[in-house]
Structures are given as C-alpha cells and as structure tokens.
Design a protein around this ligand. Sequence first.
Ligand SMILES: CC(=O)SCCNC(=O)CCNC(=O)[C@H](O)C(C)(C)COP(=O)(O)OP(=O)(O)OC[C@H]1O[C@@H](n2cnc3c(N)ncnc32)[C@H](O)[C@@H]1OP(=O)(O)O
Length: 157
Amino acid sequence: MEPKAARLSRTVLTEIILPADTNYHNTVFGGRVMQYIDKVATIASMRHCRKSVVTASSDSLDFFAPVKLGEAIQLEAFVTWTHRSSMEVYVKIESENLLTGEKKHTATSFLTFVALDEVGQPCPVPGIIAETDEEKKLFESAEARFTARKLRKEARL
Ligand SMILES: CC(=O)SCCNC(=O)CCNC(=O)[C@H](O)C(C)(C)COP(=O)(O)OP(=O)(O)OC[C@H]1O[C@@H](n2cnc3c(N)ncnc32)[C@H](O)[C@@H]1OP(=O)(O)O
C-alpha cells in the first residue's frame, strides 16, 4: 500500500460558541470541545485511509486557555503516523475573538483511530509521508507515544 502525505488528511472545523455550548463561566464546556475534537479527528483519519474508523483512544487533552461565548473555535487535525490498522491524529485548537481578530492557542490533543474492514475487523492503512517541520517532528516522536499507549493498555488488563 502506497504511503500518503499527511497534508491530504488535514481537516479544519470552525464553530462559533453559542450560549448552549457554554458553562456558568460563559466559556465553552470541555465536553463540547471533546465532541469537536472527535469529529474533526474522525474526518482526518477517514480522509487518510478511506475506510470506516473507530476512536480507539484519546491521550491527555491539555487546555491552555478558555474559549469565550461569541468567540470562534477552530480545530485543525491531521494524521501524524500509522502502524498497521491504527492512525495517530493530532488536533490543534485555537480561539479567535471575532471583533479584534486576536487568536489564542487553546488546546491540543492526540487520538488514535483504527480502520475497520467490511466485517468490522481492524485492517491495514497507508503509511504517512511527513513534509513540513511540524509533521516531521510529530512523525518522529509518534512511535514513543504508540509504545506508551500499548504499555498503558497492558497495565489496564
Ligand atoms: C465511530 C465511533 O463512534 S467510535 C466510538 C467509540 N469507539 C469504540 O466504540 C471503539 C471500541 N473498541 C474497539 O472496537 C476495539 O477495541 C478496536 C477496534 C479499537 C481495537 O480492536 P482490538 O480487538 O483490540 O484489535 P487489535 O488488538 O488487533 O488492535 C488493532 C489496533 O488497535 C490498536 N489499539 C487497540 N486498542 C487501543 C487503544 N486503547 N489505544 C490505541 N490503540 C489501540 C492496536 O494497537 C492495533 O493497532 P495496529 O494494528 O496499528 O498495530
């Protein structure tokens, strides 16, 4: 199977934060951000493998700054690395004050998706070609994160 460029999986999701998305601080619910993350990362992983996928795991989600009511939230995702059937997806999240244009780095997350065949079994996915400095840095460090996840899974059994 031919490897594919990471850029081909790049996916951007932009939303405006409305009252129904907020907590009593008038900032976005963490759970809503997690929903957006899963959505954008699902699309990125499906763009890479062109198969059905499931979310296998989500690593730690680090919030650096809140997103306020009326601001835009933008999530950018791409596949950083693959193993046999699994794909690591990196998601970078920014907020934007739509009146001033000020942008803030809000959160980052790593998730793992697994491609499934027609009978729901994990199936092979293409490798990744990392081109930009960011893609190369994440590609080179991905195997260590994969190993850490495996150890975490084994420790849970
Ligand atoms: C679309 C949605 O809404 S998804 C909703 C939420 N997600 C789900 O319901 C998924 C539930 N989990 C599952 O279906 C299964 O555990 C699967 C498909 C993720 C893995 O199935 P398993 O029987 O464990 O398969 P297997 O041991 O062969 O592993 C398959 C791959 O999954 C990876 N994997 C399995 N569990 C995890 C995990 N917790 N974290 C990261 N990767 C994992 C393995 O490393 C392996 O990767 P590789 O093929 O690249 O080496």
